[in-house]
Structure formats: C-alpha cells, structure tokens
Design a protein around this ligand. Structure first.
Ligand code: HMG
Ligand code: MG
Length: 301
C-alpha cells in the first residue's frame, strides 16, 4: 500500500461523458456556461466535448461550434475525444490543444462503441498520434470496460494492461482506466492497478469510475492507496454511456472532492462553488443531482 498523495488532479468529464447520453439536445450556450462554471469552481482539466460521428452520438453534434466559442480560462485544459483522424483534424481546426483517444479492453464493446476491433481502433490512433505530435497537441488515452464488460462479463486485468501499454507506448501522456459499467470493487481495482503498472507507470494512470453499483468512491480510495493520483469525475454525477446499457454517470465530482477534502488531499476545487454548479446544471436538465454530497448539503434529497 502506498502513502496517499498530497494532491490529486481531477479531470471533469461532465460536459462530455455526462451529457453525451442526454436525449434532449442541450443548447451549446448551456454547455459553454457549464464549462465556465466548472473552471470558476477550480477544475483545471475539463473534457469539453467529443468529435465523434453525430449519427452515433447526436448530443455531441455541436463539438466544433462549442470548442471554437469556449471562453477559455488561463491554466485550464479542455481535452476533447477524437476517435479517428477526421475527428482529430476537426478538433484541431476548432482550437483543440489536447485530445483523448479511446479503446476498449473488450472486443464486443469496441465493436459497438467505435465499429471496429480493439486492434483496429489502436491502428486508427497511429495517424492521430503523428498529427498530434506535429501540432504540439497532448493526447490522453482511455481504456473502457477495465473491470467488466456489458456484453462479455469479466475482463482479465492482463487484457487491460496490454491495451493500456499500447496507448502509452504510442505516445499517450496518461491512460485513464474506465470502469464503464461500474461493476468494479476495491480489491479488483487494486489488482487491476498493480497489473497495469507492470507496463504503465502509476503516475501516468488515471481512474475513471462510473457509479452504477455505488462502488466508485470505494474504488477511488483503493486506487489512491495503489498510487493513482488522477481521477475523472462528472459534476452532479451526470452521465451514462450510449453503448453500455444501464450504465450510470461517473462518480460525482462533488463526492470525489468531499472524499479528498476529508483525506486532506488538495484538489484545488471549491466544493461550495462546485455544488452551485451541480444544482444549476441539474435544474437545466430537469432532474435532481446524483451526488450524495450535493443532495445532503443542499437539501434537495
Ligand atoms: P463508422 O460508421 O464506422 O465510421 O463509425 P465511418 O468512417 O464509416 O463514417 C460514418 C459516417 O460518420 C460518415 O458520414 C463520416 O463522415 C462520419 P456520412 O458519410 O455517413 O455522412 N464520421 C464522423 N463525423 C464526425 N466526426 C468524426 C467522424 N468519423 C466519421 N470523427 C466512428 C466509426 C468511430 C466514427 C463512430 O463509431 C463513432 O463516432 N463512435 C463514437 C462513440 C462514442 O462517442 N462513444 C462514447 C464515448 S466512449 C466512452 O464514453 C467511454 C469513456 O467514457 C471511458 C469509459 O467510461 O469507459 C471514454
Ligand atoms: Mg465514461
């Protein structure tokens, strides 16, 4: 067991992972304001949108307009998802300075999510990595289904390790391990991190936990003890994955910050401002926040 880190970087994925599954189109102006409010609350990495096919994910159809018209805050990164070179080129033209590529540890999920095999998706990233290097754009990598697949069930840690290693060796500065359907538990998380760390240094790993089974905070604690110091989270616990039936949102950013505050770990995030943001976006979407902390503190339980 490692000593807990003194600070953690939180990657806010609400505007992308959180909103991608919304049925009603969320106006671009609302997305822009959400991102501005997150930056004002202290988030320094905010995944803004995805340059994916609008036929596959209609909610992200305004990616170029959104990225072009973002009010950027100095010191904040706004990564965007790019599944292929077409997406990367569109992102670059709209002003992207950081992108994320995404692969899966399960063949069935890969086919449903990006319409090709794991190897095929990794091959698509090669020209992206080259173009990104030329343009001075940083590339983050994701591996989905690291602790279970909605179509195949259990996923062996060694398969996750191999895909994570391919992303890292290909030039990703960080690899985020996605428990897409939230079935992970703390011991499985610790074993997974130990296995992936055989090929990717722990300081280059991030945890991306969906909270479908209520395990996200416990898994984050296990990952912290395993030396991981970067976590993805979604304000108000927004989200779900269009290709993972039944998946709920990521761990709520408020719940993660509450945990970190309680552990004395610095995240640079103002919990009160973050809860204001969570209540604001939840009102816009016509639902209660999924964050236990926001529900308890703001009396909307
Ligand atoms: P395809 O149908 O095989 O691609 O989709 P294609 O190359 O045959 O193109 C089909 C059409 O899409 C064409 O348009 C292309 O121009 C267009 P048409 O000629 O039919 O009018 N197209 C694009 N349009 C905009 N941007 C692009 C793009 N590429 C092609 N980049 C493709 C393959 C990868 C495009 C598709 O499967 C796709 O967009 N998938 C994205 C799925 C997605 O966004 N899933 C959610 C994100 S992953 C996730 O949530 C997991 C994560 O959170 C971690 C975790 O929780 O585990 C990251
Ligand atoms: Mg996700």
């Amino acid at each position: 067991m490692n000593a807990l880190p003194a600070s953690v970087r939180v990657v806010e994925v609400g505007p992308r992972d959180g909103l991608q599954n919304e049925r009603e189109f969320v106006p671009t102006a609302t997305k822009r304001e959400l991102i501005a409010r997150l930056a004002a609350a202290g988030l320094r990495s905010i995944e803004a949108t995805a340059f994916v096919s609008p036929k596959w994910v209609p909610q992200m159809a305004d990616a170029a307009e959104l990225l072009r018209t973002l009010q950027r805050t100095t010191g904040v990164d706004y990564p965007v998802l790019t599944p292929n070179l077409a997406g990367f080129e569109a992102a670059l033209a709209a002003g992207a300075t950081e992108v994320a590529v995404f692969a899966a540890a399960s063949e069935s999920f890969s086919r449903r999510n990006v319409n090709c095999s794991i190897a095929g998706s990794l091959a698509r990233f090669v020209p992206i990595m080259e173009a990104a290097r030329d343009a001075g754009v940083r590339v983050r990598g994701y591996v989905s289904c690291v602790l279970g697949c909605p179509y195949e069930g259990a996923v062996a840690p060694g398969r996750v390790r191999d895909v994570a290693a391919a992303l890292y060796d290909g030039g990703c500065y960080e690899v985020s391990l996605g428990d897409t359907i939230g079935t992970g538990t703390p011991l499985a998380t610790a074993r997974l991190v130990a296995c992936v760390a055989e090929r990717v240094p722990t300081h280059c790993l991030a945890g991306h936990f969906h909270d479908t089974y209520g395990m996200a905070i416990a898994n984050i604690y296990a990952a912290l003890q395993s030396g991981v110091a970067v976590f993805d989270a979604s304000v108000a616990g927004l989200g779900g994955c269009p290709y993972a039936p039944g998946a709920s949102g990521n761990v709520a950013t408020e719940d993660l910050v509450y945990l970190l505050d309680g552990l004395g770990i610095d995240s640079g995030i103002d919990l009160e401002a973050l809860m204001d943001c969570a209540v604001w976006i939840s009102e816009r979407l016509g639902r209660r926040p999924a964050s236990r902390v926001t529900l308890a503190r703001r009396g909307c339980a």
